[in-house]
Write a protein that binds this ligand. Structure first.
Ligand code: FE2
Length: 380
């Protein structure tokens, strides 16, 4: 090994040493919902997830029912309370259906809990060892914005289908094909007025994240609406959490509308990656997923704005797919309408072709599309 290689290795080792919370990626996203059986069906039929595992009274879990569904590396868990006097029922009463847990895969869930609580995180769950005949899974958790939590999942000694308490679940009679959704690209949190920087500090100090991008109200404002956003990334870049807060605009901004209807801070959108956005979006649309539409004039000067791209323009225009470029490449993206009746959680479909950013060039066109929806709801 020459001197340069040794120096590179030393730098890598010291970076790893500094990362006190090495995250291996998103393990699963858990939603608390009013009816988990039907929500699971929706994610399977509309988004192409496959049945994976079930927990409920039949598996010894008496107070709730949970359905885990999977598509490539994306795992969603839909959970509901079985009785009214239960914290999950309270969560649904307060927020409607929404994201409860952004669960992160770690090599050591005890260490993750120790390191984060030592730095000021509020504990949600002390490290808990869960066992069945398939091995042992360790889980711990901390609170983040609103009623949302991060669970740390250590599954290196577990060989079962999902986790102890669950049994394998499948229905050969109903197995919709997948939509090419691959993994969680990023999850965005909406926080209250003047709360973005405190949460940026939380992710920096408690979880060792870095602020890799910032947008202020100059970047993200339309005639009526404004917001500010900072993108937080884990030390190794595997997990990204942009944080939005509302900014002063002429009228109620989309973040305020979310905070109002979610009854507090929470997860605004989950971005799911694909390698073929045209195929994925076509498939999602044919299954009933609804997307925001920008005016077709968006495409008139698109190539002047973003330069040449591999894709044909026509299908992008037909499906309303947005394109943006940064120094490293470009990305294609599209946003769903909210997936519940409250104007709260929605999904982003994203295909990255080198770009590591989040589509800043699309914000204005996009927010104007959101405002048209807000206006139709009478919330602007
Ligand atoms: Fe996003």
């Amino acid at each position: 090994m020459n001197a340069t290689a040794i120096a590179a290795q030393t730098a890598e080792q010291s970076a790893a040493a500094k990362d006190f919370l090495p995250l291996e990626g998103t393990d699963y996203v858990e939603f608390y919902v009013g009816n988990a059986k039907q929500a699971a069906h929706y994610y399977m039929s509309a988004f192409g997830f496959q049945a994976l595992a079930y927990a409920g009274p039949e598996t010894g879990v008496k107070d709730r029912a949970s359905y885990a569904v999977r598509q490539h590396k994306l795992t969603f868990v839909l959970t509901t309370a079985l009785r009214s006097d239960h914290p999950i029922a309270d969560h649904v009463h307060r927020h409607g259906d929404g994201v409860k847990a952004l669960s992160l895969r770690v090599a050591d869930a005890t260490q993750a809990w120790n390191e984060t609580t030592r730095r000021g995180a509020k504990s949600y769950m002390e490290p808990k060892r869960m066992q069945d005949e398939q091995g042992e899974l360790v889980m711990s958790g901390i609170h983040t914005y609103g009623d949302t939590v991060h669970l740390f999942i250590e599954r290196k000694n577990y060989a079962g289908v999902f986790m102890p308490g669950y049994r394998a679940w499948s229905n050969p009679e109903f197995a919709p094909s997948d939509c090419g959704l691959l993994y969680v690209d990023h999850c965005v949190g909406n926080v209250g007025w003047n709360q973005m920087n405190p949460w940026v500090k939380f992710y920096e100090e408690v979880m060792g994240f870095k602020n890799i991008l910032s947008f202020d109200d100059e970047d993200i404002s339309t005639e009526y609406s404004a917001l500010m956003s900072k993108v937080m990334s884990s030390g190794n870049g595997f997990v990204k959490f942009p944080i939005n807060e509302p900014a002063e605009g002429k009228r109620k901004s989309q973040v305020e509308e979310f905070l109002d209807f979610y009854n507090g801070e929470g997860c605004q959108h989950v971005a799911m990656a694909t390698n073929d956005i045209v195929k994925t979006v076509r498939s999602l649309m044919s299954r009933g997923v609804e997307f925001l539409k920008v005016p077709t004039t968006y495409y008139d000067d698109l190539l002047d704005r973003v330069g040449s791209i591999d894709e044909d323009l026509e299908p992008l225009k037909e499906l309303g797919i947005l394109v943006d470029r940064d120094n490293e490449g470009y990305l294609l993206q599209l946003f769903s309408k909210p997936v519940e009746d409250r104007p709260t959680l929605f999904f982003e479909i994203i295909q990255r072709k080198g770009a590591k950013s989040f589509g800043k060039g699309n914000f204005k066109a996009l927010f104007e599309a959101i405002e048209r929806e807000q206006e139709a709801r009478g919330n602007i």
